[in-house]
Structure formats: structure tokens, C-alpha cells
Design a protein around this ligand. Sequence first.
Ligand SMILES: *Cc1c(COP(=O)(O)O)cnc(C)c1O
Length: 399
Amino acid sequence: MSLSPPKDLSRFGPRTRLVHAGRNPAEQHGFVNTPIYRGSTVLYPTADDYVNRRARFTYGTKGTPTTEALETAWSELAGAAGTILAPSGLAAITVALMSCLKAGDHLLMVDSVYRPTRSFCDGVLRNFGVETTYYDPLIGAGIEALFRDSTAAVFTEAPGSQTFEMQDVPAIAEVAHRRGATVLMDNTWATPLFFQPHAHGVDLTIDASTKYCSGASDLLLGSVSANERAWPALRRTFDSFSMCAGPEDVFLALRGLRSMPLRLREHERQALEMARWLEARPEVERVLHPALPSFPGHEIWKRDFSGSSGLFSIVLKPAPQEAVAAMVDHLELFGIGSSWGGFESLITPFDCTPYRTATEWRPQGPALRLHIGLEDVEDLKRDLEAGFARLRSACVRAA
Ligand SMILES: *Cc1c(COP(=O)(O)O)cnc(C)c1O
């Protein structure tokens, strides 16, 4: 067997490609993995080579064999022309936006977007002369009515953060490209394994590698992958900000990436089982999970996505705050905390009614977001069942 990777990985399935991409044992003395290269200075053989930057790697901030390995593997998976790595998911979002916007431009931003993205638009982008209009996640091709001559970018996220509205990304991309705008997508929920962004018309795709690429809640990292059209500006902007990721985090993400297909399938299976079980519970008003036929955006999910991940939300029947606290605060297995994508289950309350601007989101009761981890699913059900019993007694006490 050759120590170099097989030529042209595109003839293989996604799992085979993920095992071989971004790895060349021939360059690493036969060792399977690219190690952690720590480095600022790169040495050149001659002054002339230095002046003309004749080297594969030129300086630590511009890339190392470690960052190149993950970038190459991610581009392979996403079907992208190039990928950059940033120190967090949010950092990746900001670099992607800055690469396609300038003062005087207009940005269309989905109303169900990850909230810190919203804060970036309302703060930094506004201060730098970019105006943001929020749009209804269900708008589809109707987005054309919101376009102005100055509209330079449309940002999508499907499903929406917390509320899981499905967006018709191909329909939005068709309009945006006809009007000369760049299409961005936060694809953290599906990853390219379950949604191929560039094949559906997305120019710049963000993935918070902090989530499923890591799979262990122990690192912070983000990536932006680009098609041919968006790649040069992305790379230029990234180099200007020099927002480079740490080598240990990149190495850990590469490790996580190799087993991501298996973990995702398991998160999917367990989350679907929990979602169906929750749908049948009398305490639950609605389950917000795109893979459930009862969910309004289900048809779009079925058309464009090849799987669903471990994150979804539920809306409880009306209950006082103390009753929800009695349920959530004493769960044994579900942790309460931000982020997700690790091996452990999480539950968090949320309320997006105060900050939505384009659409009203009116749940009929308290809303909870769940991430289903890799525990035994029957244990998770028992934990929530005990929680529901506490919820019911607290409701009776409050009545
Ligand atoms: C977590 C998350 C991010 C940000 O990732 P960080 O690494 O925590 O900055 C961005 N988008 C979505 C949808 C997320 O869930």
C-alpha cells in the first residue's frame, strides 16, 4: 500500500473520503495522523526565497500542515473550493460576512438566526455602514421583494436556531444570484454530511466545529468553506484579520472529524426516538424537529437534507416558571448549558419573543431546547419522565 493518500477521492463515498482526506502519511514518516505543528517563524533556504515567499508554508498565521489538513478534509466533505479555520464558530461567521460586505451595502438576515450573529449585525456591521433587514425564515422566493440595488448578501440558517424553521435555501439562492448577491449559510446543525451547501447554491458556508466536528465539548473552532466564486475574497479577508485557529484545537477537530459520520447517525437515531416519545407526552404541546412529519418545514427538509442531527426543541403546555424549574433543575442526566454537539445530553430554556423583529414567535407555553447525546436512550426517557412528574406536581401546587 502506498503511504500517500489515494488519488481523486471524489470517486469514493463520504465516509471513505473522510477517512483519507487531509492526511498524507508519506509526509509524516509513515505516521497515520498529521501532528500538531506549532509555529510562528518558517525558515527559508535563501534571502531570495524569503523575499519572494517561495515556500509551501510562509508564516504561522497563514497556515501549517495541521490547519491545511483540516481545511483540505473539510473542503473535500463540503464540496468546496477552499476552507478557512477561525478560533470559534462566531469568529467564522464574522469573517464570512466581512468578506462579502462593505460600507453602504445592504444585508438580508434570517430572523431565526443564531443570536450572537444578530448582535454582530446590529453592532459592528451597523457601525461600519452596513444596513441589515431581517426576513421571515419561511419567505422562500418571496425574498425578492426585500432586495434593493445595494443588497450584497443573504444570510440563511436552516433549521433556525432554537425554533428550527426550515428555509428553502435553493429558492433563496436562485433569487440572490440573479440579483448579484452572495449567499451565506450557517450549516452547523446538519454539517455537510446531512446538507451539501454548495450543491444547493450556497457561496459561503459556516460550520461551528465546536459542535459535531469536535463531538466532545472540549474545543472552540469554526470553519468557512467557499465555492470558486466566493473563495478569493474569503481568503483575502481571513488573511487581513489574521484570525487563525490554535493548533491543538485544529488537531482535536481533525480527530473528531474521522468519526463524525458515526456519531451523527447515532445522535440522529437517538434524537428521533426521543422526539417521537416526547410528541406522545401529555405535557408537551409541540415538538420542533424537522424530521417529524408533523413539523411544518418537514417537506423542505425531506427534499434537501439527507439526515437530522441531535438538536431539537419542544414547547410545553402552559406551566408556571417554578414548575419548569422543578422539572429542569433536578434532571440527573441532562446538563444545563450553552453549546451542543458533544457526547452528552443538554437541556436549556429559551424565549426568542423579545428579540425577533421580522416575525412573531409565539409559543403556547415554555420552550426548551434539547441536545440528545450518546447515553442509553431509555435512561434519558426515565430522566425526563421523572422531570415531567415534578412539573405536574408543581403545576397542581401552583393552581
Ligand atoms: C454554537 C453555534 C455557533 C457558534 O459557535 P461557537 O464556536 O460557540 O462560537 C454558530 N452557529 C450556530 C448555529 C451554533 O449553534
